[in-house]
Design a protein around this ligand. Structure first.
Ligand code: GLV
Ligand code: MN
Ligand code: MN
Length: 412
């Protein structure tokens, strides 16, 4: 099998998709079920159809592009990722796994390979939590990790429900139908940029992911008392922002003190009410994204944060409420996938190292229902979730080559 990746074509497609965006280039913003997301999906489906793939979608908008195998009734081999992008993101997060997955299939087609198991390229809906506050929405539902009832309760900041916006985006049917039937897939492999600096630092082209860290996310609401910024004396204040700040720093300290580099905590949204220069903040809402590869350690850090919350609340006479959004368990990648990836690297004389994924991915949820794995390629300085995210065409080509070789082995 002579596998050749069309690097130029893939590079142009990545650049084109980056222009279907709501941000000023080079930044990319593509929020799920926005008109821009709709345009990107239509464009992507066109590419899949040009490649002769049969395209379908499910009620939440997960899209499946299938290259039928010689035995179409046996379980398919899946690959894919997401094309939604957080505000002010880059061009490569998720996209490399979707467009790279498509190019892997095209390279296999050009080589004359015929899969026995169908190959299916998946575009997952809303891997990013931007709109509904929860990541991996599509793969959670596909894998049955989130009940349809819970998904029906999701609303965005404007008060629009998932039900409403997905139907307006053209995705009808009941959310119960999203869950994949048992045995639908035989294996799942996702190509992604590393989003960290290790591959670049060690000059290794491929990372073979062995485990995926899992997030727990929370919403905090601090209720204090507002008032005049000039007239209210300092000893009498119950400033919600000062209390929130103290808790945010306690969160940082707790994550740093866990004893493992794998513990990370981020407060990424903080809304201050009423938000006036000369008014004491009476209410603050903020989010917490807490992750680890070890569930026990993550829970231990959470207990420290909860103790800090109680102390700060008592000391500052404010009410601090905590609401759990999701708490997912980490995943181990399947040995059969890591071994297949490793054999593909050896075949193409590419060095690889085992890696932990500290970011989460749709594979975290796919691994709950099917042997799943991931391969990483380097990205410059490890930058991601920012406009200067970059992976070179050569690195992307190597990732696609290994992906194609692995898919061929799994689909034979
Ligand atoms: C995915 O984008 C993540 O936040 O890990
Ligand atoms: Mn991301
Ligand atoms: Mn991603």
């Amino acid at each position: 099998m002579n596998l050749e990746v069309d690097r130029g074509r893939l590079f142009n497609e990545i650049e084109k998709l980056a222009l279907i965006s709501d941000a000023e280039p080079p930044a990319v913003t593509r929020v799920v079920f926005s008109p821009t997301d709709g345009k990107a999906r239509v464009w992507f489906i066109g590419l899949c159809e040009q490649a002769g793939l049969a395209v379908r979608h499910d009620p939440v908008g997960n899209t499946f592009a299938r290259w039928s195998g010689t035995e179409p009734d046996v379980p398919a081999v899946g690959t894919g990722s997401h094309i939604d992008a957080i505000p002010n993101a880059g061009k490569y997060d998720g996209v490399v796994g979707v467009l790279g997955g498509l190019e892997a299939i095209r390279a296999l087609q050009r080589s004359g390979f015929r899969p026995k198991h169908s190959l299916e390229l998946l575009l997952f809906t809303s891997e990013e939590p931007t709109r509904f506050g929860i990541g991996c929405l599509g793969s959670r539902l596909l894998s049955g990790s989130m009940p349809a009832d819970a998904a029906r309760k999701l609303v965005d900041k404007e008060g629009a429900s998932l039900e409403e916006v997905r139907r307006n985006a053209g995705f009808a049917g009941a959310l119960e139908e999203v869950k994949l039937s048992h045995g639908y897939l035989k294996a799942f492999v996702e190509l992604h940029i590393e989003q960290g600096p290790l591959l670049e630092r060690h000059r290794v082209p491929i990372g073979i992911v062995t485990s995926i860290a899992a997030p727990a996310s929370f919403r905090f609401a601090v209720e204090g008392a507002g008032g005049h910024a000039g007239a209210m004396l300092m000893p009498e204040r119950r400033d919600a922002l000062c209390a929130a700040s103290e808790l945010i720093l306690a969160i940082e300290t707790a994550a740093k003190a866990s004893g493992a580099v794998d513990t990370v905590a981020t407060v990424g949204i903080c809304d201050v009410f009423p938000g006036a220069v000369n008014s004491i903040p009476s209410r603050v809402r903020f989010t917490l994204d807490l992750r680890d590869t070890s569930l026990e350690r993550r829970d231990a850090v959470l207990r420290v944060i909860q103790a800090a919350r109680e102390d700060i609340s008592a000391k500052r006479q404010v009410v601090i409420q905590e609401e759990l959004v999701n708490a997912d368990a980490p995943a181990q990648c399947a040995t059969e996938i890591t071994e297949a990836l490793s054999r593909a690297c050896t075949k193409h004389q590419l060095a690889s190292i085992p890696m932990v994924s500290r970011a989460y991915h749709d594979s975290l949820f796919m691994s709950r229902i099917v042997p799943a794995g991931m391969l990483f390629i380097p990205c410059r300085h490890g930058y991601s979730h920012r406009p200067d995210e970059y992976s070179s065409p050569e690195d992307i080509e190597r990732g696609v080559l290994v992906l194609a070789e692995t898919l061929a082995a799994l689909a034979s």
